[in-house]
Design a protein around this ligand. Structure first.
Ligand code: GUN
Length: 295
């Protein structure tokens, strides 16, 4: 039986993809084919799966995509040369360098080298700065942008709400905080960020009307940390050992779903919550990049 308080990320993502596909059709009608290039370095198994999923959705929406693969031994200079080549290619509207990169390559150097107007990940300092300044012309990182869309399209009242974010990473936690406290009818939350050094995390969590778990600790959020009726969003993807599972391991979120779901007002399943939204927002960013480049 379907659970009544579930936020269906797959359904909402597919609605957004429908909107994006229409924009692709409009671009093609005026002779523009949106193009997205993924760059992978090495053979990180999770990155292979993620890039494969993003490629599949690109082709479903009519976005031309291509994956460039460099060996694990590639140097920072070689990766920078590839990024420069893609920056200069007018058929490429979006560039996504999949993290994590090998340890000898500095992610900040690479993300700063992607042209801000092709930075569909929203990781370039110019785009990070625009988000912080409330300038709507930049690109927002896909996962926190997707969480906002999930909340808005599920009818969650964000304005004035206490939002507590677990995790202060550059991909989710920090931009999520900036997005939720934007001065906008769709945001205007009171935001708290908790992290590994926060004292008494539970007391912060129990105040939350909206609790977003993005710290990467399997099943960290337990029932006693959630205010009854709160909206709980699980961004976590953690691989845990499970001898009974295929391959001896399985993926679990940052929320103990079985325990928290009965008391939450709304909750994202995991998988099927935030994950599909990240990809949907990437496609939306790519089409916007193509529109802006060819406007
Ligand atoms: N690795 C995990 N999440 C992401 C993401 O959103 N973008 C990129 N480029 N790499 C990632």
């Amino acid at each position: 039986m379907p659970v009544a308080n579930l936020i269906d990320g797959r359904a909402i993502a597919s609605q957004i993809q429908g909107e994006t596909a229409q924009r692709v059709t409009a671009l093609k009608a005026r002779g523009v084919e949106p193009g997205l290039v993924f760059v992978r370095v090495g053979e990180d198994p999770a990155s292979r799966v993620y890039v494969g999923m993003k490629e599949k959705v690109s082709s479903q929406l009519g976005i031309r995509s291509e994956t460039k693969i460099l060996p694990e031994s590639a140097t920072e200079e070689q990766l920078l040369a590839l990024v420069a080549q893609l920056n200069a290619d007018s058929r490429v509207h979006g560039i996504l360098v999949q993290a994590p990169l090998p340890r000898h390559i500095r992610e900040t150097v690479i993300y700063s080298a992607v042209l801000p107007e092709k930075d569909v990940d929203g990781f370039h300092p110019v785009n990070v700065g625009k988000l912080m300044l409330g300038d709507p012309n930049g690109f927002w990182p896909c996962t926190p942008a997707g969480v906002l869309e999930l909340l808005v399209r599920s009818g969650v009242k964000i304005e004035g709400a206490e939002a507590v974010i677990l995790g202060r990473g550059n991909i989710v936690g920090k931009p999520m905080a900036a997005i939720l406290c934007q001065k906008s009818k769709q945001a205007n939350a009171t935001v708290t960020i908790c992290h590994s050094q926060t004292r008494d995390i539970k007391s912060h969590c129990r105040r939350a009307d909206i609790l977003i778990a993005a710290m990467g600790v399997a099943k960290f959020v337990t029932a006693d940390m959630v205010k009854p009726g709160a909206v709980v969003v699980d961004v976590g993807v953690n691989r845990v050992n499970d001898p009974a599972a295929k391959g001896g391991s399985r993926l679990v979120g940052d929320v103990d779903f079985e325990a928290v779901q009965p008391i939450a007002g709304k909750i994202t399943p995991n998988p099927g919550g935030v994950g599909p939204m990240t990809i949907a927002m990437l496609m939306q960013n790519t089409v916007r990049a193509a529109e802006l480049a060819t406007g």
